[in-house]
Every structure is written in C-alpha cells, then in structure tokens.
Design a protein around this ligand. Sequence first.
Ligand code: HXC
Length: 514
Amino acid sequence: MALKRKIRELQERREKVLKGGGDKAIEKQISMGKLTARERIIFLLDDDSFNEYDLFVEHEARDFDMDKKVLHGDGVVIGTGTIYGAPICIFAQDFTVAGGSLGLMHSRKITKIMDHALKMRMPLIGINDSGGARIQEGVNSLAGYGEIFFRNTLSSGVIPQISVILGPCAGGAVYSPALTDFVFVVDKISKMFITGPEVIKTVLGEEISMEDLGGAKVHSEITGNAHFYAESEVQCFEQIKELITYIPWNNSRKARAFKPNDPKKEYKIDNIVPDNPKQPYDVRNVIKAITDNSVFFEIQERWASNIIIGFGRMEGQTIGFVANQPLVLAGVLDVDSSDKAARFIRYCDAFNIPIVTFVDLPGYMPGADQEHAGVIRHGAKLLYAYSEATVPKLTVILRKAYGGGYIAMNSRHLRADFVFAWPGAEIAVMGPEGAANIIFRREIMGSDDPEKVRKQKVKEYKDKFANPYVAASKGYIDSVIEPQETRKILLHAIEVSQNKSSSGPKKKHGIPPF
Ligand code: HXC
C-alpha cells in the first residue's frame, strides 16, 4: 500500500515538472511556431528511446525574490537516447521556464550530460532556446557558461558535438555552439547574437530587428556560424538524423558502413566538365557521379559557395568531399572558403573520415578587399589543415590547378596520399594569358602585330604547361586517368590506404593560423 502511494506521489511530481513553465508559457511557445523542449527531443530521437535525468533539480537562487519562484527542472531537460540506434546525450533548454535562462543548477545539468557524453564517448546534441545568463543569479550564471565552454573545448575532436538553435541564443551563450562541430538553424526561429537590438539601440542608436541581426539566414549565408539551414523544426531534426548516419560515435571509431550502392546512371561523369577552362559547371555533379546512390550531404551550402564541402558514401563508407565550385567566382579560394574547407578537413581528420578533394580553380582571389580581410592568414589555414591531416587524402585535378591553388588543394607537396588528374587538367603557376603577358611582354609589345604574337605566346605556354603531363613526369601526379575511371580508382586508393600510419615530430600541439 505504502509503495503504491509513493508511486502515485512520484507520478504526481513528474506530471507537475513535465508541465514546464505552465500552460500560458507553453501556449506562447507554440504561438511562436516552436515545439516544447521535450517535444523536440521526442521528435529527434528514436521512438521510446529517451530517458530523462535530473527531472527534479531546482534552482538555489535566493536574491530578487527568486526564493519564491519554482522553476521546474530549472529550465533545461537532459537525458540519453538513440538516433538510428546510435547512442546520444542530449540537452534542450526549456524557454517556458524563466525563458530558458541559465543559472547555476541549469548549467550543472548541462555539464552533467556533457561529462557523461565525454566519459561514454558518445555524441552530444544541445538544443539552445534561452534568454542567456539568468540575470538574478549574477556570477553563478557566468561561471556556468565558463564550465560549459571548457567542456566543449575538452570534448572537441573526441566526440561529435552538435548545436541546434531553436529560439534566442543571446550574449555569451553563443560561444557554446560556436565551439561545437555543427550548428543547425531554422528560419524565423533561430536568433543568435552577442548584443541584442536593445543594447545596439542604446549604445549605437541604431535600430535593427533580431531577424536581421542574427536570424537563420544571417548565420547560414553571411557569417558562416551555421552549418545547416532548415525551413522548419521538423526538417531540422531530419537533417540532424541524416548527419548522425555519416559520422562515428567518437574519435576512436569509424563511421558506420552502409550497404554499398552504385551511383545513379543519370550522372554521366564524362559530360560534366566543359573543355573550355572558362566555362562554369556544377562540381556537385562530379561528386554525385561517384557516390553511392549519387547522394551528397552538403554542409554550409549557403555560405562561401565557391567551395563545396560535405559527406557522401563510396561502397557504403563515409567520405568527406572538398571541391572548388566553378559555378561561383570560378571556384577561387578566398577568406571564407579557406576557413570553411580548413575546418571541415580538421573535422574529417579528427573523426577518421577519408578526404577526397576535387580541384578546379584559378588560384586565390586577387584584390585589396581580400588582402585586407586577411586572405594570407585565412588561406594559410587551408594549407595547415591539409598538411596536418593524417587520414587518407586523395586528390583529383579535374581542370585548372593554378598557382597557390594547386598547392593548397591537397597537393602531393602537402602529403596527399594519391593525386590523380583528368586529361584536361592544366597545372601551372598561373593562367596561360596572364603568364604570357608577363614573361613575353617585351616580345609582344615590340612586335609589329602584338595581338598575333600574344596569341602565339599564349599557345606556346599552354602547350608547354597547361596539361597534366609535366607534373606527371615529375611524379607530382600519380596517374592521369579517364573521368569514367574515377570512382573505381578512388575506391582502390581508399582500400589500400585503410591502414595508413603517419606520425610527425613530437609536440604538444601546433599553432595553426587561427
Ligand atoms: C532571467 C529571463 C532572461 C534572463 C528572459 N527571461 N531572459 N530571466 N534572465 N536572461 C525571462 C523573462 O523575464 C520572462 O519571465 C521569460 O523569461 C520570458 O521572456 P520574455 O522576455 O517574455 O520573452 P520574449 O519576449 O520572447 O523575449 C525573449 C528575449 C528577452 C529576447 C530572449 O527575454 C531578452 O531580451 N532577454 C534578455 C537577454 C539577455 O540580454 N540576456 C543576458 C545576456 S548576457 P516571466 O517571469 O515574465 O515569464 C549573457 C552573458 C553570458 O548571457 C556571458 C557568458 C560568457
């Protein structure tokens, strides 16, 4: 009898806490087009797999009448579950409880699940929906953030960390997502900024909406803070689930292997790249022509689109793809595209994912804008990331590989394991027109028909250098291959690189050009 009574008491207690901030706050949450914290977790995880912990945690704040306030679960839900069978640690801030603001106990719940994820070597997903540091708790809230940031850094490169911004993520709170591997945003719902519109108005006298300041489009198209953009929360959860299928649970494992499949027949690899080096094409079609089922899971699709990054599978195994995109700015490297690719390369390297690089670019972007934006420092990140990576690194030069771009895009000199080139590849210090204008300037200008001589000299330079055979004759390229041989040859290269062992000089860590 006593046990029955106690079970009933437990059920009643649970029921109360599960109401979060109460009916009115939940109604407000729904009216903003948002799901509640627990609904989000249920949507995301496998059916019936969620187990919640610390349901009965309460805040301990006493100032500013906080002693009179009950905050169920202290505004955050934590637990474990699975996604397609993969074990997951998760937390979701509950905006219906004090605006999901982060006080001491709230932060302790988050750090508890973070510690668990690291100890058990399982991925961590954090759903952010919060007004930031709980103002009434003062320095305890700041301490809480510091503890989270420290753990984000400790876990970096050991377990996958995924952040989902489903509401405000304001003030210092933004730095936890920024320290994680992948950030997901949803149109009209995500708002991410250091200083909000009120502060901006007070300090700068400028008016700006939250959407224009740090909405989903801003972070997926302008800042590059977000990796995935969705139109709705449900679409966002589908993207997260798909991502989970491509990545391993931790850095000592490989991503799960799936059933091998051929690419779709409609992607005819021979017809994608035009002969004319100035004619653009969509390099995603080259990737799709070699991946299983022609599926390419693109990352940061809307930002720095002159480079393409993402995952695909070959013979069931996850591969990280990096490719210049001739459709956008001719595929040049610049500040943002260097940052984008460098970080992705480091991700693949940390999590044992082989990297395939497709090269077709005229080099680094010229101009004062890029120089002043730090293209030297940012461009160096790409060289660093490729040089440092020890996973299998394979390169295919599709067409142009000029200047610094040739070196930076996983060349032999940065220790690519295999470098292949298609017969139309052009490898040179710069494009033939620019090269001829510089080295034959006197001859061109001094002739009776400068235009005729210029054309002649461009042709001379092209015949000599604008092909893959000079580089192949020096062993910088391992093989000149036909486009339709690409998948087969890459699969073989991956197969024979499975047991790659590579070690550099002993050091605490390098100093990449952050
Ligand atoms: C305490 C907070 C809170 C906060 C919101 N609430 N933010 N309580 N501390 N930081 C409470 C509100 O008082 C309200 O309580 C409830 O949550 C819902 O908030 P509303 O304002 O009604 O919601 P909404 O209109 O949707 O506006 C959401 C918002 C706004 C834009 C996030 O609440 C806001 O501007 N909050 C403050 C944001 C901020 O400046 N945070 C501090 C950043 S500094 P009741 O009881 O009325 O329901 C920071 C430093 C961290 O984070 C540094 C770490 C390094």
